[in-house]
Design a protein around this ligand. Structure first.
Ligand code: GUN
Ligand code: ZN
Length: 433
């Protein structure tokens, strides 16, 4: 049997790092992607490539488009079942819905039931890598890594740490946060495609002792990720000021504990000072823009121009369950509307970059994910742009990748995902086969 598979379709991706995604996208309307086992072997014009692989199994997907597997840079696995719960802003929403729901993950059987369902939602929406908060429970984190490993998916995740200002039944301590996180790092970080993220929930739910304990791990493991929340909500920011009176603002809390660095990913970053933007940029940290969540919780409007002008790595993220969709294209669509309200611009190719190569570069993972370059992992999504009567009418005479992506960001959802391939295996097929 041939070991090569060739996919003939439109192709759009970013082969390199760029600050100008509109200029540097590689868009090929009649393209070919060739894979062998779990890797991409070739990408380019169909006319150039197909003669080189005469024995390849060919999938004729003309009319469809291939993009790299999408990267969701901030979401919460134990909040899957509480997506779209009505009511109020961040701090109230955490008390009313989040903490009680996350408590269910003290049951390992429950974790093993929900983790595969969570992974299925990602794959169904074209997401092949997630930067994921687990609950406070180490078993839940194991269940998540196990479910991702089942399909050889590159997941970055961590046990949430919180030792104050949340219900006592959901707290760890400085010591257990450190020992359990260290254990999970040795068990999962760099094992298969798994990577670990130290995960203090946010400054209000960690004591200085806990931040110190996690900061020690951050120093001990310089290539481990760090994920948390930053400057999402005005009440939250005031609270942080009162809890950390010696710190020079919210970001400085994390900075004092060695958590502002490459592979540190800060969710939200809405109400930021210029100094904080500059510090994120110089440290090589990433800002995760979560538009559906920010609108849902009434948190505020992310300032794309500030992030861009400062040169901060930008990543799009769903922030499920405050975010209202697992679909990153739709998430970009809401990001576009946020930019409209701010009088700013956010093109579809900029959006695609922020869910593929942008974060891959920021995380130093672009040799394996985020693009369709030869030798990277065969993680890719086949889009079905004309999935219903309306999208067919809209896109019938449209040739450009950016127009297709933009229309899908407004009109699409998981119906626009035809197939999702993870490490060379088709893990989601809309037709159900
Ligand atoms: N801040 C602290 N925890 C959370 C959370 O679970 N979701 C959001 N959106 N913000 C948070
Ligand atoms: Zn979040």
């Amino acid at each position: 049997m041939s070991k090569h598979e060739l996919f003939r379709a439109g192709i759009v991706h970013f082969p390199h790092q760029t600050s100008q995604p509109d200029l540097d996208a590689q868009c090929i309307s009649d393209g070919a992607l060739v894979i062998a086992q779990d890797k991409i072997i070739a990408v380019g014009e169909y006319s150039d490539i197909h003669g080189m692989y005469p024995e390849a199994i060919t999938h004729d997907l003309r009319g469809r488009w291939i993009v790299p597997g999408l990267i969701d840079s901030h979401l919460h696995f134990p909040q899957t079942e509480m997506i779209a719960c009505y009511g109020k802003q961040l701090l109230h929403w955490l008390e009313k819905y989040t903490f009680p729901t996350e408590n269910k993950f003290s049951e390992p059987d429950y974790c093993r039931q929900i983790a595969p369902a969570f992974i299925r939602q990602l794959i169904k929406n074209g997401t092949t890598t997630g930067l994921v908060f687990s609950s406070v429970h180490a078993d839940a984190t194991d269940a998540l890594f196990e479910a991702a490993s089942e399909i050889n998916m590159a997941i970055i995740a961590g046990k949430t740490c919180m030792d104050r200002n949340c219900p006592a039944w959901l707290q760890d301590s400085a010591q257990t946060a450190q020992s359990q996180s260290a254990h999970l790092i040795s068990k999962w970080h760099g094992k298969g495609r798994n990577l670990y993220a130290l995960t203090p929930r946010f400054a209000p739910t960690s004591t200085e002792d806990q931040m110190h304990a996690l900061g020690e791990l951050a120093q001990q493991y310089p290539d481990v990720f760090i994920q948390t929340h930053l400057s999402e909500n005005m009440d939250e920011i005031e609270w942080v000021k009162s809890l950390y009176p010696d710190c020079d603002g919210y970001l400085d809390v994390y900075d004092r504990f060695h958590m502002v660095r490459p592979r540190a990913v800060f969710g939200h970053c809405i109400h930021m000072t210029d100094h904080e933007w500059a510090r994120l940029a110089e440290s090589g940290s990433t800002a995760a823009f979560c538009p559906t969540s920010n609108l849902f919780l009434g948190s505020g409007l992310f300032n794309l121009d500030k992030a861009r002008d400062a040169g901060v790595h930008l990543a799009l993220a769903t922030d499920v369950g405050a975010g209202t969709s697992f679909n990153l294209l739709k998430t970009y669509g809401e990001g576009y509307k946020v930019a409209q309200l701010k009088g700013q611009s956010f093109s579809a190719l900029q959006g695609l970059y922020a869910m593929t190569q942008g974060p891959a570069v920021a995380y130093n993972l672009d040799d394996s994910i985020g693009n369709l370059n030869p030798d990277t992992a065969a993680d890719f999504v086949i889009l079905d742009p004309m999935f219903d009567e309306l999208t067919a009418l809209r896109l019938e005479n449209s040739q450009s990748a950016q127009d297709m992506l933009f229309a899908l960001s407004m009109l699409g959802d998981d119906r626009a995902i035809y197939q999702t391939w993870v490490a060379g295996q088709c893990r989601y097929d809309k037709s159900g086969t």
